[in-house]
Design a protein around this ligand. Structure first.
Ligand SMILES: Cc1cc2nc3c(=O)[nH]c(=O)nc-3n(C[C@H](O)[C@H](O)[C@H](O)COP(=O)(O)OP(=O)(O)OC[C@H]3O[C@@H](n4cnc5c(N)ncnc54)[C@H](O)[C@@H]3O)c2cc1C
Length: 411
């Protein structure tokens, strides 16, 4: 029997998963990749360690105009199923903190190798250095064009990813291809991205990391809290909890938004105040320069004291009044940074927004506008939170699109 021909546009996480699955279902698959090699972004994931999924995956961790759109794909290609898919490709996995899943090798390169080798094994043809610039529906399927060539395919899967991280291959090409075929695209913005804040303090602390309970405030209302390691930088704040909260923050930019750092989440304000009082009694001979060194990073402590308005640092601890200890307690428990902006798409890990999911069937990822056309991964208006949720969406959506494109009934 003649094999169905499928073109996968984009050799990233979702495209490779789609290609392998479609080939396993008996299709003849070609992956078109504009980069010199497939999976460039994948190599950079999880700081080179590839946080490929998360035990806690559920629709709650996804954003977009219709976050529930992810449900059928995640149900059919669940975390357990994904781990068994990778196991069949030779990848063992381990669980890190907060349910994050990694390859046991702790190397993103081994995940990419496994996907590449599986493509070879299942007969997937890969054309690198080949940017698809137009998709035209024809009587027998589709005509695909690059600037130099053209190809036919019976089914097309658009897996072009989002516009974030252009240095790693991010592009708006997928949005343009799908829009030209009548699909709708929402405004896009960066997600999982460092936050620009007022920089007086963060500049002084550039490069310093500290654990804190991080709260995102909209006005005086706490929207979400995450504990983790915060990085101070000359532009503002970074680190895992900041990147996680950024996906919510970007959607509220323009409103009064703050990050609050609690450097002592294990104590109440009253307990911390008591602790500082004891310190004043026992160690009052220390100057403010060293007064809370040993409780927090020294430079961080000095800056917190200054931002509590306690100067000069040459003062002795014993000179601190009770009111000043209250001010210091507040600075250490609720250190506020006004959010001004994000560092933009170039620095972001993920794109929020994209091709509207209302134009696609969530059970098959087929287009409701163009027969025989599918889309998966980040090109769609779905973004997951930090912690392996985006790659899980890439695997689940890629595999669903791959299977459905290979097995759907011809119309
Ligand atoms: C630095 C960084 C770290 C990250 N870490 C994690 C992590 O640890 N865990 C996690 O879950 N997520 C992580 N992500 C997010 C995750 O990598 C993406 O969400 C995921 O790769 C999206 O998969 P995709 O297949 O949709 O797109 P991509 O992986 O971006 O692949 C799209 C591919 O399509 C190609 N392409 C685009 N247009 C065309 C065209 N017209 N013709 C041919 N080819 C085309 C591109 O060159 C690209 O190779 C990270 C992202 C970055 C930038």
């Amino acid at each position: 029997m003649k094999k169905r021909t499928i073109a996968v546009i984009g050799g990233g996480a979702s495209g490779l998963a789609a290609a392998i699955t479609a080939a396993q279902c008996g299709a003849m698959v070609t992956v078109y990749e504009r980069g010199e090699r497939v999976g460039r972004k994948l190599l950079a994931t999880g700081n080179g360690r590839c946080n490929l999924s998360n035990r806690q995956v559920s629709t709650d961790f996804y954003h977009g105009h219709q976050p529930d759109f992810v449900q059928p794909a995640l149900a059919q290609y669940s975390v357990t199923e994904t781990l068994s898919f990778f196991e069949q490709l030779g990848i063992m996995t381990v669980e890190g903190e907060d349910g994050k899943l990694y390859p046991r090798s702790w190397q993103a390169g081994t995940v990419l190798d496994a996907l590449r080798l599986a493509c070879d094994h299942w007969g997937v043809v890969t054309r690198c250095g080949c940017e698809i610039t137009a998709i035209t529906p024809t009587k027998r399927g589709f005509m695909l064009k690059s600037t130099t060539d053209q190809w036919q395919a019976e089914r097309v899967i658009v897996a072009c990813g989002g516009a974030a991280a252009a240095d790693l291959g991010g592009t708006d090409s997928g949005y343009r291809l799908l829009q030209r075929l009548g699909h709708h695209c929402s405004a896009i913005c960066p997600a999982i991205v460092q936050l620009k804040t007022d920089t007086l303090v963060t500049k002084a602390l550039n490069g310093i990391k500290t654990n804190a309970l991080v709260s995102l405030y909209q006005g005086e209302q706490v929207i979400r809290q995450i504990y983790g390691e915060v990085l101070f930088a000359d532009y503002g704040l970074s680190g895992p909890p900041i990147l996680s909260l950024s996906s919510l923050a970007v959607r509220l930019l323009g409103q009064a938004l703050y990050i609050s750092l609690d450097l002592f989440p294990e104590t109440t304000s009253a307990e911390l105040y008591q602790l500082l009082q004891n310190r004043r009694n026992l160690l009052g001979w220390l100057t403010l320069e060293d007064f809370i060194s040993g409780m927090v990073n020294k430079r961080l402590g000095q800056t917190a004291i200054k931002s509590a308005g306690l100067t000069p640092l040459s003062r002795r601890g014993e000179s601190l009044t009770n009111d000043e200890l209250t001010q210091l307690t507040a600075a250490l428990k609720d250190w506020r940074f006004a959010i001004k902006d994000t560092r933009g798409l170039k620095q972001a890990q993920v794109t929020a927004g994209g091709i509207l999911t209302k134009d696609f069937d969530s059970r098959s990822l087929s287009s409701k506008i163009v027969n025989g056309l599918y889309a998966c991964g980040e090109v769609l208006d779905i973004d997951g939170e930090c912690g392996g949720y985006n790659l899980q969406w890439a695997w689940s959506s890629g595999r669903l699109a791959g299977r459905c494109a290979a097995l759907d009934k011809a119309e």
